[in-house]
Design a protein around this ligand. Structure first.
Ligand code: ATP
Length: 374
């Protein structure tokens, strides 16, 4: 019987609960024993009350609940080998021989690190008499690791979509719809700041879905028409806003991604965009930073579905796993479930961030999606 530990780590995202529910119930159906590891890697390091066997009823009602009911954390202890030794001890003492981690690239890197060090950690625990050789006989060789990507940013390479991104997009659209009624009434302009770190997916998708006048992205610094505007995005943005106003638009919506940059890689700040619209076009301009409302609330249908089917696949991947084979990340490509080496995806994600930092925007986009053409 495989004993499968489940943990959620890094920033929370809606759909993580649906994944926990799915993994738990499929594991039970397949004759495995699921365990919740509470508070992310901190629970793994601390053990005791933070690791609990899960039954069918324990995950009842979780499908739609936002965030993660088993808790998440940023855990500095786990970044140190000493923390991972304690984590390994807690897995062995609970007889857990597989770990499904739901989180972003950092969480998946931590999982890979644990696996890479695994036999050394086990040897150390035996040598220091924390565990006996018999206790970890079947665990000596390898620890099974499977990753699911839970992140509102949709910033992971080698998957088209991450658990929680679509719910977050819904939250942004709802918020902008609410702003739109007052914008229309007063002919106001709104500069709306959205999350996404170095990835513009949330901002771009929201821009299309709400009909924004302009979107500032990390991957495509303005101006869009370089030949005409050179470095002067302010004039290009104002020309476009003016054009739409002249066509009868009573509102202006500008979306600023939190990682948005200009051509000199300087951050584009919402307050500055507000000043440009106010000074140049004399628009009554307000800034709304959506903040954590973007993370919250009921998971949308798509995230419930995605997390549930990926949870099924995660248990299948645990049961298929073989010592020495790279740990898989369950993803989605062109609407099909994928199972790719977890560390390849993490490395590619970091390479994308590096390409953006080098101003190589086309290359960054190609790495995120090999079928992308600039
Ligand atoms: P998000 O995308 O929401 O930020 P994330 O998983 O990338 O999610 P991080 O804070 O980067 O979030 O990582 C979560 C946890 O994973 C860290 O607090 C740490 O415990 C563990 N972790 C991250 N990177 C490493 C690493 N290189 N080695 C060991 N553990 C790590």
């Amino acid at each position: 019987k495989k004993r499968i530990g489940i943990l959620t780590s890094g920033g929370d995202s809606s759909g993580m609960n649906a994944a926990v529910r799915s993994i738990t119930r499929v594991a039970l159906q397949k004759g495995c024993i699921p365990y919740a590891i509470y508070e992310g890697y901190q629970g793994l390091v601390d053990g005791g009350q933070y690791i609990k066997e899960l039954g069918w009823e324990d995950v009842r009602g979780l499908l739609s609940v936002g965030g993660t009911s088993i808790g998440t954390a940023r855990c500095s202890d786990f970044r140190q080998r000493e923390g991972r030794v304690r984590g390994a001890y807690n897995l062995i003492s609970n007889g857990i021989d597989a770990l499904v981690v739901i989180g972003g690239d950092g969480s998946l890197t931590g999982a890979d690190m644990l696996r890479a060090e695994w036999s050394g950690l086990v040897d150390e625990l035996i040598a220091t008499k924390k565990v006996t050789a018999e206790e970890c006989e079947h665990l000596r060789e390898d620890l099974t690791i499977v990753g699911l990507v839970g992140s509102i940013d949709n910033d992971m390479a080698m998957t088209d979509i991450t658990i929680g991104a679509v719910t977050s997009l819904h939250r942004i659209c709802e918020a902008v719809d609410n702003l739109t009624s007052t914008a229309l009434s007063h002919q106001r302009a709104f500069v709306i700041e959205v999350m996404g770190r170095h990835c513009g997916w949330l901002g771009l998708m929201a821009g299309i879905a709400v009909g924004a006048d302009w979107v500032f992205l990390p991957e495509r610094p303005p101006p869009l028409n370089e030949t005409k505007y050179g470095d002067d995005w302010e004039t290009e943005m104002c020309d476009i806003v003016k054009k739409y106003r002249a066509l009868g638009n009573r509102k202006t919506l500008v979306i600023v991604c939190e990682g948005a940059i200009d051509r000199n890689l300087k951050p584009i700040k919402s307050d500055y965009v507000q000043k440009v619209l106010t000074d140049r076009l004399h628009l009554d301009t307000r800034v709304t930073c959506l903040g954590h409302v973007q993370r919250g609330g009921t998971a949308c249908a798509y995230d419930r579905f995605l997390a549930t089917v990926q949870g099924v696949e995660a248990v299948e991947a645990v049961l298929r796993s073989k010592p020495g084979v790279p740990a898989p990340m369950i993803g989605n490509s062109h609407n099909k479930m994928t199972c790719t080496p977890l560390m390849e995806a993490v490395k590619l994600t970091h390479a994308v961030a590096e390409a953006i930092a080098q101003k190589d925007f086309g290359r960054a986009m190609e790495m995120r999606d090999p079928e992308f053409t600039a």
